[in-house]
Design a protein around this ligand. Structure first.
Ligand code: UD1
Length: 442
């Protein structure tokens, strides 16, 4: 991807459905033996990969709509309890399907997702929770083999305490408990909006989940779920990334549909930096041209704290703020690798352990850089939008995993950004059948 920096953005950007909600809701569709229609599904390589995992289990999926944003899933028959190694290892979220598969079939074989660029990312909390619900779980040869002993193969409701409020573990266990026998209580549950979206999706199918969005979630098991037509929430991380794009290029534009409440810590921090963000109606934000960016400190935390997925984009922004900022990454152990790439663009960032010390500089200058993970790649694009001259970003497959036609949306806002390599094959396939994702009103 090539970016020519220094151009202001204007107009309107349309925000896509939330990646992390879409992925887990696709897994949640396995709980239902009828038809599920999911709307506002983003066009992403990760969604495509999740579709491949589900299809390998014998699930029928069909994608349609003007931009391919409607996904029909029919899981009336799950033909195998064994998910394919090559696909699950590429997409951590597909491991979360162990919950619904186990709940439906009483048996599941899931390859361990493994670590990734940002940390080791174990699944011990998922496993311990399933064990508390009566599952026998053994990990052998890299496969997590789980089955429910007893004649009816049904998980039992249980009281589960999570050592940390893991998003994925909360989702896996919530889905598993939906069809379990009796009541499950998850203490120290994750409170992320995507957890709430999954709970709303399951409840709309007839599940009984109470308290999603708080630290205690209670699930009363039901025997089956019914068909559903459900619309996914807007992506708060994509929204935040575009807000940073606006601030870093000193631009004014609008973004919708958005859920401003889900972005509270991000908006609060941007306001602290001197950036004006206005709510226009319930689902639209306007960012105004920032005169001056002030330094600030951030610490990533589980929701409602500052999201770890916004840490890299924010680092790009703080690199250009006036003064010194401190960034503490407390969710993942290895998520500051973009600092050295930002330094290649002229930033002044020192990393010690999980803390980055950012000394603001007045300008960045274009250079070749490599994105090491999804949000790191986005951060480099953002820095490139502000840098003088040309920035070439490698590692596009990361971007395509989690941003719905990011380059196209930026281009339509007026950015000089060009894709020199082909998009991920999955995304290319889908894009060929899609209309423009954004409308621009100058
Ligand atoms: C989800 C999001 C990801 C986001 C993250 C934190 C999806 C598909 N991905 O990932 O974008 O960055 O939440 O907001 O929704 N942990 C354990 N044991 C476990 C599970 C997690 O030690 O069994 C640790 C992880 O290594 C990590 C921390 O808990 O350090 C948070 O991870 P978690 O909330 O589970 O993240 P994910 O659900 O994988």
């Amino acid at each position: 991807m090539q970016v020519w920096g220094g151009h202001q953005l204007q107009g309107h950007v349309r925000i896509s459905g939330a990646k992390n909600a879409a992925l887990v809701i696709m897994a949640g569709a396995l709980l239902c033996s009828g038809d599920c229609r999911i709307r506002n599904v983003p066009l992403l390589a990760d969604v495509e990969r999740m579709s491949q995992v589900l299809s390998a289990l014998g699930i029928i999926l069909k994608r349609h709509g003007d931009t391919g944003e409607i996904l029909d899933i029919n899981a009336s028959e799950i033909l195998t309890s064994k998910a394919p190694y090559e696909l699950v290892t590429q997409l951590r979220a597909s491991f979360f399907a162990i919950g619904p598969i186990l709940a439906r079939l009483g048996i599941a074989q899931m390859p361990l997702p493994g670590g990734c660029a940002i940390g080791a990312r174990p699944v011990d909390l998922h496993v311990r929770g399933l064990q508390a619900m009566g599952a026998e779980v053994q990990i052998e040869h890299g496969i997590c083999n789980a089955y429910v002993p007893g004649r009816n193969g049904r998980l039992q409701g249980a009281k589960i305490y999570l050592d940390s409020p893991s998003v994925g573990a909360t989702e896996t266990l919530m889905m598993a408990a939906t069809l379990a026998d009796g009541e499950t209580i998850i203490e120290n549950a994750a409170r992320e909006p995507e957890v709430v979206d999954l709970a709303n999706f399951c409840n709309a199918m007839g599940a009984e989940i109470h308290g999603a969005g708080t630290s205690t979630i209670t699930i009363v098991g039901v025997s089956q779920l019914h068909s559903i037509d459900y619309t996914i929430i807007p992506d708060r991380i994509e929204t935040g990334t575009f807000l940073v794009a606006g601030a870093i290029t000193r631009s004014e534009f609008t973004l919708s549909p958005v859920a401003p409440d889900h972005l509270f810590p991000v908006i609060a921090k941007m306001r602290e930096m001197g950036i004006t963000i206005i709510e226009e109606g319930a689902d639209c934000l306007r960012i105004l041209r920032a005169e001056k960016l002030k330094a600030t400190d951030i610490e990533t935390l589980p929701y409602p704290g500052f999201p770890t997925d916004m840490q890299a984009p924010f680092m790009a922004l703080l690199a250009l703020a006036e003064g010194d900022s401190l960034i503490n990454e407390s969710v993942f152990e290895n998520r500051l690798r973009h600092a050295s790439e930002l330094n290649r663009l002229g930033a002044d960032i020192r990393v010690k352990g999980n803390t980055a010390f950012v000394r603001g500089v007045p300008i960045l200058s274009g250079a070749p850089v490599i994105g090491t993970d999804l949000r790191a790649s986005a951060a480099l694009v953002l820095a490139g939008l502000a840098a003088e001259g040309q920035t070439t970003i490698q590692g596009l497959h990361h971007l395509d995993r989690g941003y719905d036609r990011f380059d196209l949306k930026l281009q339509q806002l007026g950015a000089k950004i060009f894709r020199v390599a082909a998009p991920s094959p999955d995304v290319e396939l889908l894009t060929n059948n899609s209309n423009s994702p954004v409308s621009v009103s100058h």
